[in-house]
Design a binder for this molecule. Structure first.
Ligand code: ZN
Length: 130
């Protein structure tokens, strides 16, 4: 049995690391594949530090979640600033009525709740205060 992705990728997520294609510069995150999705190069990756700021690509507002979550809760796909990469994150300090495509955000990877002796981490975002 393989380890769930959440725990398999935890070290990578905590370090905010992705892979950058040495051939075309595409940033892959998460790093599951050998072939570059943009140019087709094989095994041409180097580790790259991801940005902790980005822009909301799209989002939903969830009203029905387990009791550990306060709803309504915005969930977003965030395009990270250069070098790039795209993550799925839940909101913190963000009212659902303030959500919009293009919202500038800062992201973090940390525990979202603790249950039955297990720490459950995830990417979180909040509006960027510039
Ligand atoms: Zn490439």
């Amino acid at each position: 049995m393989s380890t769930p992705p959440l725990y398999r990728d935890i070290a990578q997520n905590l370090k905010f690391e992705g892979l950058k294609c040495k051939s075309c510069g595409y940033v892959a995150y998460p790093e599951y594949h050998r072939i570059c999705l943009k140019c087709g190069a094989i095994d041409q990756w180097e580790k790259v530090k991801l940005s902790r700021t980005g822009t909301v690509h799209t989002y939903i507002v969830s009203y029905y979640l387990p009791p550990e979550f306060e709803t309504p809760l915005p969930l977003a796909i965030v395009d990270l600033d250069p070098p790039g990469g795209r993550i799925y994150a839940i909101s913190t300090e963000t009212k659902h009525e303030d959500m919009k495509v293009g919202l500038r955000v800062e992201v973090d990877f940390r525990e979202i709740y603790h249950k039955d002796g297990l720490s459950v981490p995830s990417f979180k975002f909040k509006p960027l205060r510039e």
